[in-house]
Design a binder for this molecule. Structure first.
Ligand SMILES: CCCCCCCCCCCCCC(=O)CC(=O)SCCNC(=O)CCNC(=O)[C@H](O)C(C)(C)COP(=O)(O)OP(=O)(O)OC[C@H]1O[C@@H](n2cnc3c(N)ncnc32)[C@H](O)[C@@H]1OP(=O)(O)O
Ligand SMILES: NC(=O)C1=CN([C@@H]2O[C@H](COP(=O)(O)OP(=O)(O)OC[C@H]3O[C@@H](n4cnc5c(N)ncnc54)[C@H](O)[C@@H]3O)[C@@H](O)[C@H]2O)C=CC1
Length: 310
């Protein structure tokens, strides 16, 4: 299916959304933020991508350019000139910045995709709440933190919610839209419409740990790592087993490397702190060791497996 033409049509035909969300600021230019910026720009929106590191922003622009070209090759395979136009116009819609306060001042929607740490997210949202216009919706792409906990530091709790994307964002079709206790009906409706406009199938979940996907995925990956740690099977055999025996596109250890072991450790540690009696969330010494050695998975060149550095 020509997914990206469908995206453009969705956006232009949703006049209600066009009135509310034209300018999107994405904070965090790593794995997720770069993907979120890409899908918003593909859908015709003006995007400002923010990161504390200008090196990360340079890398993000490069990776977005490469991923847009992959899309163009498929969608415009018989029309290379249209493909080039699609890539250059989408890229031109993405500005980059290092100051979140300035970037929030012109945003209709801010999507936060920075490190999975409640203290760091609180610091950021406090600033954003002060800097953004009154109508701006603030949203977090958190994997595992509570939307109500994150929203506790902002005044506009009615205009706060969860927009949880999946990695790789341009390919994975799901968006979990999460309402906090005080998210208004209007904010929820705009988040659902925006998700659809950027080409995602939206599902709704209450503000419960891990929402739907990660409540199921985290115990699965954690158990796979424990299986490997006990020496019950090799990493390769565990991954082959789940691909060929359960039909998953990636095995659990490959997926942990793909998500990032630093992020998976943040998730597990956060849940262990919150639910200390839950054995499923107990720390995994092997993961702690890999992370302490800077082995974060694909992004650092080594995790459970070794990768060529990009
Ligand atoms: C370790 C400690 C344990 C503690 C427990 C904690 C565990 C925590 C786990 C949860 C973490 C939280 C993460 C989260 O919040 C939610 C998630 O995102 S979970 C991850 C969800 N994602 C997946 O499950 C991915 C599964 N994998 C796949 O679907 C495929 O393998 C993948 C699409 C990634 C790659 O496919 P593959 O066939 O192997 O490779 P190709 O390179 O051929 O790509 C296929 C196809 O897709 C296109 N493509 C790939 N990437 C991009 C991109 N970035 N942009 C655009 N297009 C892309 C590519 O061009 C191919 O297209 P074709 O048309 O087929 O040519
Ligand atoms: N990795 C994954 O598969 C998924 C991650 N998530 C969530 O998305 C968020 C981001 O995860 P990733 O993109 O994987 O992380 P990442 O580590 O790839 O990127 C995070 C980026 O945020 C930047 N950053 C940190 N503090 C900042 C600040 N105060 N202001 C601006 N930029 C800042 C960092 O420089 C880094 O580039 C996390 O909350 C994570 O739980 C959600 C779905 C999937």
């Amino acid at each position: 299916m020509n997914q990206f033409r469908v995206l453009a049509r969705n956006f232009s035909s949703s006049s209600a959304l066009q009135n509310t969300v034209k300018n999107v600021t994405v904070i965090g230019g790593g794995l997720m933020g770069s993907g979120i910026a890409q899908v918003a720009a593909q859908a015709g929106q003006n995007v400002t991508l923010v990161d504390v590191s200008s090196d990360v922003l340079v890398k993000a622009q490069k990776s977005i350019g490469g991923n847009l070209s992959r899309v163009a090759k498929k969608v415009y395979k018989d029309k290379p000139q249209e493909g080039e136009k699609f890539v250059s116009e989408s890229l031109a819609r993405i500005k980059t910045a290092t100051d979140p306060v300035q970037a929030a001042a012109s945003a209709d929607l801010v999507v936060e995709a920075i490190v999975e740490n409640i203290g760091v997210k609180h610091q950021l949202f406090q600033k954003l709440d002060e800097a953004a216009p009154a109508h701006t919706i603030l949203a977090s792409n958190t994997s595992s933190l509570s939307i109500n906990d994150i929203a506790s530091v902002v005044k506009r709790k009615d205009k706060f919610g969860g927009l949880h994307f999946f990695n790789p964002v341009p390919v994975m079709r799901l968006l979990e839209v999460v309402r906090g206790a005080e998210t208004s009906d209007a904010t929820y409706k705009t988040m659902m419409e925006w998700g659809k406009a950027v080409g995602k199938t939206c599902i709704t979940c209450k503000d419960t740990p891990g929402f739907v996907v990660n409540r199921l995925l985290v115990p699965y990956i954690a158990e796979a790592v424990r299986l490997f740690e006990r020496g019950d099977a090799s990493a390769r055999d565990i991954d082959i087993a789940m691909k060929l025996g359960a039909g998953y596109p990636m095995g659990p250890l490959e997926l942990a490397d793909y998500v990032g072991l630093d992020t998976t450790k943040f998730i597990l540690d956060g849940w262990h702190k919150k639910y200390p009696q839950e054995t499923l969330f107990k720390p995994i010494p092997l993961v702690d060791k890999l992370v302490s050695e800077g082995k974060f998975g694909v992004k650092s060149g080594e995790g459970f497996y070794k990768y060529e550095k990009k």
